[in-house]
Design a protein around this ligand. Structure first.
Ligand SMILES: Nc1ncnc2c1ncn2[C@@H]1O[C@H](COP(=O)(O)OP(=O)(O)OP(=O)(O)O)[C@@H](O)[C@H]1O
Ligand SMILES: [Mg+2]
Length: 247
């Protein structure tokens, strides 16, 4: 893909005391693509995502969005950037105190000036896109894990983000629901044209939807490749991961 580079991470470092979680991460995400970071549990995938979306501050390195260094962005610029980003968190992170409709409306209320009628319409459309029409009045506690994930995706797409970030979108779901989520991620990427960044250890997900796959290991990206090249890589760490060889 030769589209423009939307996000560039340069030599990103994040340490927690002696724990050098990210120790010089470099990656480039192109507009419109599905970029996947794979890595073992504890490799630092969620920390990487949190740094990119501004929920954590890097110790060193740069994160460029459309060529602009985010560390240098003032409050107003950050607000605009945050409007372009939507995050589907690892554990869905829905608000238990709000019903489904209010959860999906959350970002719209915070980040847009839409009126009630328009918000209701956007909520209805977003729920329809994830195959959950008409459940606005359900409580979060009434949803299965798969439904929660889909509501979290509806909440993310409701704001029509330029970039959607997914943290482990298929973990903990049955194989059919995982396949449904894969389809949904692909559909949202194509239909909305949103650039998609996924962190996961689910190889099936990565191989079925990814354009670029990269492997986070020992604080660094040790391979960035297309699906075939990744699958066939002879790098010992990648081979072990792809084949699921025990320690
Ligand atoms: N706020 C924090 N304070 C201290 N250490 C942290 C913090 N957040 C993460 N870590 C540490 O950073 C490392 C990477 O954590 P992270 O959650 O990014 O892993 P992960 O790759 O997302 O794992 P998983 O696949 O299990 O979700 C872990 O050793 C974790 O203990
Ligand atoms: Mg994680």
């Amino acid at each position: 893909m030769d589209s423009e580079i939307l996000i560039e991470v340069e030599d990103l470092k994040k340490f927690f005391g002696e724990n050098r979680v990210l120790n010089g991460v470099n990656l480039k995400i192109r507009e419109g693509e599905i970029y996947i970071v794979l890595g073992r549990s504890g490799a630092g995938k969620s920390v990487l995502l949190k740094n990119i979306v501004g929920l954590m501050r890097p110790d060193a390195g740069r994160i460029l969005y459309r060529g602009r260094d985010l560390a240098k962005a003032g409050d107003d610029e950050w607000k605009r950037v945050r409007r372009d980003f939507a995050v589907v968190f690892q554990h869905s992170a829905l608000f238990d105190s709000l019903n489904v409709g209010e959860n999906v409306a959350f970002g719209l209320r915070r980040m847009t000036k839409l009126g009630e009628e328009e918000i209701r319409k956007a909520v209805r459309e977003s729920l329809a896109l994830v195959g959950l029409s008409g459940i606005e009045n359900l409580r979060v506690s009434q949803l299965s894990g798969g439904m929660r994930k889909r509501v979290a995706i509806a909440r993310a797409i409701a704001v029509r983000p330029r970039v959607i970030f997914y943290d482990e979108p298929t973990t903990g779901l049955d194989p059919i629901m995982s396949a449904n989520i894969e389809q949904l991620i692909l559909r949202m990427n194509r239909k909305l044209g949103s650039t998609t960044f996924i962190i996961t250890h689910d190889l099936k997900l990565a191989f079925s939807v990814g354009n670029t796959l990269s492997m986070l290991h020992d604080g660094k990206i040790i391979l960035e490749a297309g699906v075939e090249e990744f699958r066939e890589s002879t790098h010992p760490v990648v081979r072990k991961f792809v084949e699921g060889i025990p320690d």
